[in-house]
Design a protein around this ligand. Structure first.
Ligand SMILES: [Ca+2]
Length: 335
């Protein structure tokens, strides 16, 4: 008795819904009530940004705020933004009234609406365009750790410029796959060291004076920057990329192999090695067999470029130095 009542109710419900509800509404109830997504934001020039959304949208309002510029009276500085659309309707090309500054972190905020009236309000950070990226090379790498000797990547500056927004990409570190330099003026001939751990007191990023930081290996005549990563943050089998900016061109690359693996250990490293080779930043090939050798590297035996060689963007430029000949922030030991 009770069962047949339920069946009757179910049947009548089905009839009711099938008659009463517009198919379009049912489709929306079926899962189409979703907001558009902001998939990426690319900085393409001094004032140009490109935002890509998951579906065609109209941008109704947008502005750029520069956090950290707040005063008691004014709040964060806010810049005006104008915009247009690419043919696909999903890509919005924005023009900001000015560059927030080389390497300055800013936030694009706005609201978009799709054709159904679903709206997305977003706030997306970006780094101000750097038109003065120096010419530079990766010069030395320490891939192991013995406190207080931490892993590092040393760069050598071939021209004057500013490091703001320059990225070191480290695909073996899934948790922290890249480091972005803050704005700092550099001169040709300077050594820049990104120390990957912070295990001492008094460590500061040297965005101004090169002698500001403490730390056993922070030289007064080199420019030191610090992260606080752990768990073997650089590895002996890796493909490091030095990139002018997020999503920008590769300035230099270093492929490293300990000689113990037949192939790259992860897809991320394989992809980075491929990109290094295809960009011309690494000349000999994209396989682990085409990499420079890190065999025998230790906390005092680093992998260094031969300072006297020409830069061939290949393994022949590189060698593991003798015991205790590591040289963070200074010229590499002669071979
Ligand atoms: Ca060195």
């Amino acid at each position: 008795m009770r069962k047949s009542f339920l069946v009757a109710l179910a049947v009548s419900s089905a009839i009711f819904f099938s008659c009463a509800i517009d198919p379009e509404v049912v489709r929306i109830w079926g899962g189409d009530v979703s907001v558009p997504e902001l998939l990426s934001l690319e900085v393409v020039s001094e004032t140009g940004l490109v935002a890509r959304f998951s579906r065609p949208v109209s941008l109704t309002v947008a502005s750029v705020a520069i956090p950290g510029t707040a005063t008691a009276d004014s709040g964060d500085e806010v810049l005006d933004v104008s915009w247009g659309y690419a043919d696909d309707g999903k890509t919005v090309e924005l023009s900001v009234s000015r560059n927030p500054g080389i390497g300055v972190r800013a936030v694009l905020s706005g609201t978009v609406e799709d054709e159904r009236g679903n709206t997305l309000t977003f706030a997306f950070p970006y780094t101000g365009w750097n038109d003065r990226v120096p010419d530079m090379v990766i010069n030395e790498v320490r891939v192991s750790y013995s406190k207080p000797k931490v892993e590092y990547v040393e760069l050598f500056m071939l021209s004057d410029g500013n490091l703001g927004g320059v990225k070191i990409e480290n695909p073996r570190n899934a948790k922290n796959p890249s480091y972005e330099f803050p704005s700092a003026e550099v001169r040709a001939g300077e050594y820049v060291v990104w120390h990957v751990r912070s295990v001492e007191e008094g460590l500061v990023d040297e965005i101004g004076a090169a002698d500001a930081s403490g730390g056993t290996e922070a030289r007064i005549d080199a420019r030191d920057f610090w992260s606080d990563f752990s768990s073997s943050p650089l590895k002996a089998d890796n493909a490091l990329l030095l990139r002018a900016r997020k999503g920008g061109p590769i300035v230099d690359a270093l492929l490293l192999s300990s000689g113990t693996l037949a192939d790259w250990p992860t897809d991320e490293v394989r992809a980075a090695a491929k990109e290094a080779f295809e960009s011309g930043a690494w000349q000999t090939g994209a396989g682990i067999g085409d990499a420079a050798s890190s065999f025998g590297a230790s906390p005092t035996r680093t992998v260094g470029r031969d300072s006297l060689s020409t830069d061939t963007d290949g393994p022949g430029d590189w060698a593991v130095c003798a015991t205790s000949k590591c040289s963070p922030g200074a010229v590499n030991a002669a071979r």
